[in-house]
Design a protein. Structure first.
Length: 201
């Protein structure tokens, strides 16, 4: 097994791990919400459905979400012909699929890749990068992004980002649950004290 295949296999293992972890975090979230709202087994079932939906969206739609959130524009060959041909040639030389090419109207110098695999990948660059950085330097930047696609680094990163988001929500719900539990205890103590006072009269 060569280094690239080993890297891909390692990332696939990481991906499976994060899918399980996201599922567990969402189930924990569902448990807390179930406790807060007194939903019983219905709440657990809802959390399982949400977990499945979150993993489905992260796997199949992470690219679309990223592209829309960054206002990325599909690139035509006539938009930036030299850059477009450079990426085509690079993919042909390395025997990899040509990703969808996008650009963002922005003066910042930036580039990134997204997508779950080679057949469903996109490389995004800013117009600022294309207009100010020499093409030979851009080729090195794009080559780095293409390596992320081949190694499936991007998909793992997408799931890590999703996991971080749900952990943050879990922490907030846990805090809410603690406040509600404390309030219930106070109300119970007040009710018990009231009952004790009535019995003593």
């Amino acid at each position: 097994m060569d280094k690239i295949e080993q890297t891909i296999q390692n990332n696939e293992i990481k991906l499976a791990f994060f899918i399980v972890l996201i599922t567990l975090v969402i189930m924990g979230l569902g448990y807390l919400i179930t406790d807060i709202l007194n939903l019983g087994t219905t709440g657990i079932l809802i959390s399982l459905i949400i977990a499945a939906g979150a993993n489905f969206v992260s796997y199949f739609f992470s690219k679309d979400i990223v592209l829309k959130s960054q206002h990325a524009i599909p690139m035509r060959s006539e938009d930036f012909p030299e850059y477009y041909k450079m990426v085509q040639d690079m993919c042909q030389r390395n025997n990899i699929y040509l990703p969808e090419l996008y650009y963002i109207e922005c003066n910042a110098l930036n580039a990134f890749a997204t997508g779950r695999n080679q057949k469903n990948a996109a490389v995004v660059v800013t117009s600022g990068l294309l207009k100010t950085v020499p093409l030979d330097e851009i080729s090195g930047i794009v080559g780095h992004e293409l390596s992320h696609i081949v190694h499936k680094d991007i998909l793992v990163t997408s799931f890590i980002t999703t996991l971080i988001g749900y952990v943050s929500i879990l922490a907030q719900v846990q805090q809410t649950q603690n406040h509600i539990s404390l309030r219930r205890k106070v109300q119970l103590m007040e009710a018990q004290n009231g009952t004790t006072t009535l019995l003593s009269l």
